[in-house]
Design a protein around this ligand. Structure first.
Ligand SMILES: [Zn+2]
Length: 317
């Protein structure tokens, strides 16, 4: 079946949960390389360490990370139809699906934040500061914090953002608290870097600390940045029951405030147990495209959101 758009997705957790063999040849998850081939042009694959890092020694954390990295490369080699993207300027410029290796949360680095240079040398190309918890880097988007308790980035967090921005690394502000977002935004602006939020929705449509306020959406647009609208039902709809139309509604709100070229897909496949009704995985991406048309986007705009914006953003970053 011919696809009316090509797909680029700023976030999924599939590589964290699948073995290399299943990642390459098909698993019972929401995405794998077999289902991406022919559909996906560009797919961020995040590695998420989560709370397990607290229970592991530093050596064990690094061993686990190394294993993950080798697994991802092995899966890509097994599949053959995908390749890891090393040079962001080549985004969208391959006949194969390009995988962007990403890190979701750097809290497990402890005080050793300069190790991000090592991780870049391995091949990780996107650096997400937080998961939801607070860490030595500062405040994440925890659901149960009062605004007064949001102290933003720590001194180490500020140093890390300035370091990454100075080297031109992609900094992902998904999961940052409001104050962490704004402090990081200032540091990124000082280096002339656009704001990138790989997976979030709009707080004006669904009150949740993981979603962006209108002010934040405007700042993303003004910086020439990008927000990936995510498929997590709890972020799309207050009652937690979402449809593709909700995805389109959030995309339209974000586009109205940030500009249509600042909106993309940030699915969170395999990072969420639930998905909008009728979407079971990457194979159903056409339902998202159709929902954008039904929301009133022109075909060219829907193609931007479903894929082209993300590739354009990475090429310029
Ligand atoms: Zn996430």
């Amino acid at each position: 079946m011919e696809q009316k758009f090509w797909l680029a997705d700023a976030h999924c957790d599939t590589a964290t949960v699948l073995t290399p063999w299943r990642l390459a040849f098909g698993g019972n998850t929401q995405l794998d390389f077999q289902r991406l081939a022919g559909r996906g042009k560009l797919q961020f694959m995040a590695f998420f360490m989560g709370a397990q890092a607290e229970k592991l020694s530093k050596t064990e954390v690094w061993r686990k990370l190394r294993q993950h990295w080798l697994d991802l490369r092995y899966a890509a080699a097994l599949c053959g139809d995908v390749e890891l993207l090393e040079d962001l300027r080549q985004a969208g410029g391959s006949t194969k699906t390009q995988i962007v290796p990403a890190l979701e949360g750097l809290d497990w680095l402890g005080g050793d934040w300069r190790a991000v240079d090592e991780l870049y040398a391995w091949g990780f190309r996107s650096f997400g500061l937080f998961w939801n918890d607070d860490s030595f880097l500062g405040c994440g988007a925890a659901a149960n914090r009062t605004p007064e308790a949001d102290t933003g980035l720590s001194a180490a967090g500020r140093e890390l953002v300035a370091h990454l921005a100075g080297l031109g690394r992609l900094v992902d502000l998904a999961h940052a608290s409001d104050n962490s977002f704004w402090q990081a935004a200032d540091l990124l602006a000082a280096e002339g870097r656009p704001l990138f939020v790989s997976h979030a929705c709009c707080r004006a449509l669904c009150e949740h600390p993981r979603n962006l306020t209108d002010e934040q959406l405007r700042a993303v647009g003004q910086s020439g940045g990008l927000v990936g609208i995510t498929l997590v039902p709890q972020f799309l709809s207050a009652d937690g029951a979402a449809t593709p139309a909700d995805f389109a509604r959030h995309a339209a709100h974000a586009a109205a405030l940030a500009g249509v070229e600042s909106v993309c897909l940030g699915s969170d496949f395999d990072g969420t147990a639930e998905l909008p009704l009728g979407v079971e995985g990457v194979q159903d991406a056409a339902a998202l495209y159709d929902s954008l048309l039904a929301e009133g986007f022109a075909e060219a705009e829907a193609r931007l959101i479903m894929g082209e914006n993300l590739a354009n953003f990475l090429r310029k970053y």
